[in-house]
Write a protein that binds this ligand. Structure first.
Ligand code: ADP
Ligand code: 5GP
Length: 200
């Protein structure tokens, strides 16, 4: 009997800025290679030093962002801190249709929009071991000004309050262990009976 290609898993990842989402994702991608794709968001924020258009983000002007939003080109979008961020819809659909898994790294407002838009999303929250550790990671990363760090820490408590809306919570106290948990979630989701028995 010919095996039908299964649709990939849509994994939505959120957590306060500095909690280690990017670091953990990089390890997962390293382990899993091409079977996992990472959705590149569009944003109206300025690139940080070293960031490249089309690699970390698509850096859009406000007008370009609004134009894609008007065409219903975003699976979700939100204002985070002082800028707009959104997930281009087409890429995610193509990846899932091809049978590969797709990771979105987005804020809780966006994650809840995805939850409402589709019943296939798996929501994972990456939490810091403590707020003190979060502060130390944010300052240690050295990519934001002191004022920006305070703004992000100010939002962290509110973001943590959303964690009960997620299917899974991973406390990132150790990068390798956190990555292993994320890989275990992907594997378990692939084994769901609804996925194994459906012809999609
Ligand atoms: P996010 O993508 O959530 O904003 P990053 O992945 O940029 O966070 O991580 C923020 C900082 O914390 C980085 O300097 C990273 O090296 C560090 N970091 C990430 N995970 C851990 C961990 N488990 N233990 C210690 N430091 C970590
Ligand atoms: P940063 O500016 O540090 O890269 O990201 C700031 C915040 O925006 C993070 O919480 C990140 O998860 C969120 N974010 C990044 N891309 C998107 C997106 O496409 N949609 C939404 N809703 N949030 C995003």
């Amino acid at each position: 009997m010919e095996q039908q290609k299964k649709r990939g898993v849509l994994l939505v990842l959120s957590g306060p800025s500095g909690t280690g989402k990017g670091t953990v994702c990089a390890v997962v991608r390293d382990h899993l290679g091409d079977s996992v794709c990472y959705s590149i968001s569009a944003t109206t924020r300025q690139p940080r030093p070293g960031e490249v258009h089309g690699r970390e983000y698509f850096f859009f002007s406000k007008e370009e962002f609004a134009a894609l939003r008007e065409q219903d080109g975003f699976l979700e979008w939100a204002q985070v801190y002082d800028n707009f961020y959104g997930t281009p819809r087409k890429f995610v659909e193509e990846v899932l249709d091809s049978g590969k898994d797709c990771i979105l790294e987005i804020d809780p407002q966006g994650a809840l929009q995805v939850r409402n838009a589709t019943d296939e999303a798996v929501l994972v929250f990456i939490a810091p071991p403590s707020l003190e550790e979060l502060r130390s990671r944010l300052t240690g990363r050295g990519t934001e000004s002191e004022e920006e760090v305070e703004k992000r820490l100010g939002c962290a408590a509110a973001e943590l309050a959303y964690r009960d809306k997620y299917d899974y919570i991973i406390v990132n106290d150790d990068v390798e262990k956190a990555a292993m948990k994320m890989e275990a979630i992907l594997l378990a989701e692939k084994c769901r009976s609804v996925r194994s028995l459906s012809d999609k």
